[in-house]
Design a protein around this ligand. Structure first.
Ligand code: BGC
Length: 708
């Protein structure tokens, strides 16, 4: 950049130039294959390229220069690590790849809430809990931005379904909005200072989010102090003039028509120039922060080797052991019968704008082979051939290196007699169940999606019958983007390992978790309900996917603040696996809780001890149960957590956590105030939301209130 453009100030620009700053350069001009958009080159300013995430940088291989980027585990799996330091390192690696490929803005992370298990983009989002989502998102954003690349938490806000995603009107009360759906954004804005936020497609209580001044200006800027730019989702809203007025600074992907429309609106007096100047100043400042502006020359050679290690590590910490009846870890010499097409057509990441193009991918079968495990090759070759015949090489190539989707193949291709043969000559069975989902469509509560297909169930039944008859164990691997139904079949098997969509290192991580080289230390960032009918959003079609009679284009967030475990706890509905749950190959004890209130701070400390036989990490969780005051309260809410370091058998970690009294507040809509009731609060420390090991108390004397 020459010095001239460095001096550019908004007041030096013509109306046309100022408006150009507010509108993206459209799809046509993308210079880097696979990126989503760019800013316009106004008065010699560089164009700033934007690429999707959130599982890695989405750029496409280019025939002249290759553009592979690391495929990290999906965000739900990153959240399953409960390890902000690790997620920050992942964020930094993604930021480096963006930087090295000349991308100034990373369109990630997605921080919408897992309101129900069927949202097609849940894999892009972290959790059903706003604190966990907010803390993991903050770490992610800090990592990305530490190398000078903008992060863009999205989609702001209340965008929890794909059905009618560009027009749906989310009807949600203000308390629910502030406590659940806005909370992760509030945390990330205050803790990580993102340079950008992406407004969402949907309407919020009747107004498009990208045209909603209350959301984009009052809450985001005036209340939370956001000082970056707001950009629209791609093609969001129906009125660019309203977008600019609301504080949506950059309209993406943009078009010349929008530029003309805004200029005309100013000339006709429909849009005050003040609004244009306000957003133009913000976009200009934003561009000046970017590496492109500072003259950074992209190297096109990020450290993919190091990042692959990190992709492995993040997946390894995000694997969750849901059940283990002495089946795992397997002996490294065990002879293994691997069932299911998912060993070959393993899903790496989710579909849509969040997909990635890695340099390599290791499916489950190859991962187990690469670790020298004794796979029954004859059995696996049946699956390899079956998948090749039914899917074709092109499909597999797309699945591994781009994106591909198909309904599950029939899985019962092996007779029970054949299974008996494999049971006789192997020591253990592993059955892979795979699912995927993506942007633009929601999953369905049907067989083959939320439920097992008949053939998957038959496979599990036959394998379990034959292996159990010989006293051998059966493990199921769940390679899925979000919860499926498990309660009706889990008793048939001995172990269940949830591996989500683990990124490019899938097979190696899974092999290592199976033999105990990796001791699973992930915990659920979402509840696994027993059945779809237990999910609060399933109660009425108004609540999901959104067809209230009086407003068919709407979805009503009927369950209010009772989302995820807040619902299952409140209404005593037993989940299959609760929020925060996850087993280990070792055991942990919790000891010596101390709770001290020191002014505004509650200091919680305790010891976590590894009392089992394997080294392992534990995720200690702190929930708080508030006294019943003026407002209805959840039974408990997550207020702090800590993942321990790797503890050897007998080793102890002293955990110290601090909760701010303000974080106990509920929003009183009738008065527009946050309120902390007085009375006795219970501190509940445990290994999951339903495995509370220690309790303590503190008292708040006198109701505390504060403005948003
Ligand atoms: C998605 C965004 C994405 C954008 C650019 C939209 O359709 O909703 O998440 O960042 O496209 O690809």
């Amino acid at each position: 950049m020459d010095n001239m453009s460095k001096e550019i100030r908004v007041e030096d620009l013509s109306l046309e130039e100022r408006v150009q700053l507010l509108v993206g350069a459209s799809w046509r001009l993308r210079r880097i294959h696979g990126t989503a958009g760019e800013t316009r080159p106004v008065r010699g300013l560089p164009m700033v390229a934007m690429a999707d995430g959130p599982s890695g940088i989405r750029i496409e291989p280019n025939p002249i220069r290759r553009w592979p980027a690391t495929a990290f585990p999906v965000p739900t799996m990153l959240a399953s690590t409960w390890n902000p330091e690790l997620v920050e390192a992942v964020g930094r690696a993604m930021g480096e790849e963006a930087r090295d490929y000349g991308i100034g803005v990373f369109l990630a992370p997605g921080i919408n809430i897992h309101r129900h298990p069927l949202c097609g983009r849940n894999f892009e989002y972290f959790s059903e809990d706003p604190l966990l989502a907010g803390k993991i998102a903050s770490a992610y954003v800090k990592g990305v931005q530490s190398v000078g690349v903008a992060a863009t938490p999205k989609h702001f806000a209340a965008n929890e379904q794909e059905t009618n995603r560009t027009t749906v009107d989310t009807i949600v009360d203000e308390r629910t909005l502030r406590e659940i759906y806005l909370k992760p954004f509030e945390i990330v804005v205050k803790e990580a200072k993102p340079w950008a936020i992406m407004s969402s497609y949907n309407k919020l209580n009747g107004k498009y989010a990208s045209q909603n001044e209350w959301l984009l200006t009052k809450v985001l800027r005036e209340e939370w102090g956001f000082d970056g730019i707001v950009m629209s989702d791609w093609g969001a809203g129906d009125n660019p003039i309203e977008q600019v007025k609301a504080g949506n600074d950059l309209i993406m992907p943009g078009s010349d028509e929008i530029v003309s429309r805004l200029i005309d609106a100013v000339k006709r007096g429909e849009l005050s120039e003040d609004y244009v100047n306000r957003s133009a100043a913000r976009v200009l400042e934003f561009i000046k922060r970017t590496l492109a502006y500072k003259g950074y020359k992209p190297t096109n050679s990020p450290n993919l080797k190091e990042h692959a290690k990190l992709a492995y590590e993040a997946a390894a910490e995000g694997v969750i052991l849901l059940k283990n009846n002495d089946a795992l870890p397997l002996n490294a010499n065990a002879r293994i019968a691997l069932f299911g097409t998912g060993q070959v057509e393993t899903n790496r990441g989710g579909l849509g704008s969040g997909h990635t193009h890695p340099r390599y991918f290791i499916n489950i079968l190859d991962g187990l082979r690469s670790r020298g495990l004794r796979i029954d090759e004859e059995l696996s070759s049946i699956y390899v051939n079956y998948v090749k015949e039914n899917r074709g090489e092109d499909y597999l190539c797309a699945l591994y290196y781009e994106e591909a989707y198909s309904e599950p193949l029939p899985q019962d291709i092996i007779s029970e007699e054949q299974v008996r043969k494999y049971a006789e000559r192997n020591d253990a069975a592993i059955v892979v169940i795979s699912r995927n989902s993506g942007e633009g469509w929601d999953r369905r509560a049907v067989k083959g999606d939320y439920y097992l297909t008949d053939s998957e169930r038959r496979l599990i039944e036959i394998v379990s019958r034959q292996f159990h008859a010989l006293g051998k164990k059966v493990t199921v691997l769940l390679n899925i983007p979000a919860p499926i139904e498990v309660a009706s079949w889990r008793d048939l098997v001995d172990a269940i390992l949830l591996v989500w969509l683990p990124g490019q290192e899938a097979g190696r991580v899974i092999a290592d978790a199976l033999i105990g080289v990796v001791n699973p230390s992930g915990k659920l960032p979402v509840t696994f309900p027993k059945d779809w009918g237990d999910v609060p959003t399933s109660k009425s079609p108004e609540c999901y996917p959104g067809i209230p009679k009086e407003n068919p284009g709407a979805v009503r967030y009927c369950e209010g603040i009772y989302v995820g475990y807040r619902y299952y706890d409140k209404y005593s509905v037993e989940p299959a696996y609760e929020f925060g749950y996850g087993l280990s190959y070792t055991r942990f004890e919790y000891r010596g809780l101390s709770v001290v209130k020191d002014g505004e701070l509650i200091k919680v400390s305790f010891d976590v001890v590894n009392v089992g036989k394997h080294p392992g990490k534990e995720v200690a969780q702190v929930y708080v149960k508030a006294p019943q005051g003026k407002l209805d309260k959840p039974v408990q809410e997550l207020k702090a957590f800590k993942k321990t370091r790797l503890l050897n058998p007998g080793e102890l970690e002293h955990v110290e956590l601090t909760i701010n009294v303000r974080d106990l507040a509920s929003f009183d809509e009738s008065r527009g105030m946050w309120i902390i009731d007085d009375g006795e609060y219970e501190v509940r420390v445990g290994a999951s939301s339903r495995d509370i090991r220690l309790t303590g108390k503190f008292t708040v004397s006198g109701v505390i209130e504060f403005k948003p």
